[in-house]
Design a protein. Structure first.
Length: 365
């Protein structure tokens, strides 16, 4: 197959760009949308497990020798901020121990080539790494476990020489298999914005506090709404354009929809959508990458007391240009009907409503 995945990392210097491209083409070669199957029902399911390899693995039946990109997490023992701190606004500051641990990532990765650490962050009390296992690697999970063990042992030894007492890391680690280029990007955004996310969750003004029931003249009064983020986007004098993009719209037409939305942004409109269909997700990415573009994202899963931002969300929340809006669907309604109701709600609160769909082979509005 000669087609390659869209790659926004090709500007990286070689050989990094070559590794990134290979990683994404591995995803394409195995079908990209193919998701690993879970284990069949286990009679011991629900009981505590102590895996001999020291990990909690989400997917058990996937053949990792085909190539894999994994998001790895492990925590300091106990989970205290011993490697640094987060200074306002979201600046990760390593202390001496944190700098020593961070410096070990490249060193231990080089020793375990062709396994490669593609991105990482050493937080004050935990670590995240995205690790690439190239296809054809012999016993890939054993190699992965050896890498994590070597990293923990090496950093523990270094910090003991600098005054640390007791175990440095918790025994186990958790890995998440990235099954698509989109998931890889999400993991990288999470790593890049992890310090910002923590600051948002712990800042004195509580920017991620969930507001409920949210009261706004724009919202139907008979529905319980919860929200996190820039509630001022629903002010009566704010300009809102709702966008709904049918799944019938092919990828080749996404650019037209995005251009229309960006024109509305230039006119001062915030863009409201569920951002659930492929075209809407492409629109979300375009708006997130556009400085000053404001968004209202609606869903029908109620938020907790504090929202934990993911993907691109941390920077959008920090910039006060993003509102996450949610309502509970009626239990008697299907999931599809719940999304349709949300689209109707957004069209109701908006000053302009746009519905892009295909009819007779042409894009209709």
């Amino acid at each position: 197959m000669s087609e390659t995945l869209p790659n926004n990392e090709l500007q990286r210097p070689d050989p990094e760009a070559q590794i990134v491209l290979q990683e994404r083409n591995v995803l394409l070669a195995r079908g990209c949308a193919e998701r690993p199957t879970r284990k069949s029902p286990d009679p011991l399911a629900g009981r505590p497990r102590q895996p001999s390899t020291g990990h909690f693995r989400r997917y058990h039946a996937y053949d990792y020798s085909r190539g894999a990109s994994l998001f790895i997490t492990f925590n300091v023992e106990p989970k205290h901020d011993i490697l640094g701190r987060i200074d306002p606004p979201s600046v990760l500051v390593h202390n001496e121990w944190g700098r020593l641990v961070d410096a070990k990532v490249a060193e231990i990765s080089a020793r375990h080539a062709p396994l490669r650490v593609m991105s990482h962050v050493i937080m004050p009390n935990h670590a995240h790494l995205r690790v690439y296992l190239p296809p054809g690697l012999d016993k890939p999970l054993v190699r992965l476990g050896a890498f994590v063990s070597a990293f923990k042992q090496s950093t523990s030894m270094v910090l003991r020489h600098h005054g640390h007492q007791g175990p440095l890391w918790q025994e186990l680690y958790h890995d998440f298999l990235c099954v698509s280029a989109e998931t890889i990007d999400t993991a990288d955004y999470y790593i890049a914005n992890n310090a910002l996310k923590r600051w948002l969750l712990s800042a004195p003004d509580r920017p991620m506090r969930v507001m409920e029931p949210l009261s706004s003249p724009r919202l139907p009064l008979d529905i319980w709404w919860s929200a996190a983020g820039a509630a001022e986007l629903l002010a009566t004098d704010a300009k809102i354009a709702s966008f709904r993009v049918s799944r019938t719209v092919p990828q080749s037409r996404f650019g037209i929809v995005i251009e229309c939305a960006l024109r509305a942004v230039e006119q001062g409109f915030s863009i409201a959508s569920t951002f659930i269909s492929p075209g809407e997700r492409a629109l979300f990415e375009a708006l997130a990458a556009t400085p000053g573009a404001r968004m209202v994202k609606a869903g029908h899963k109620m938020l907790g007391l504090v929202h934990r931002p993911t993907g691109r969300e941390p920077q959008l929340f920090a910039d006060r240009r993003y509102l996450l809006l949610s309502r509970q669907s009626e239990p008697s309604k299907s999931r599809r009907q719940g999304w349709l109701d949300l689209n109707d709600n957004l069209a109701h609160i908006a000053d302009k409503a746009v519905y892009a769909r295909m009819e007779g082979g042409r894009l209709r509005w």
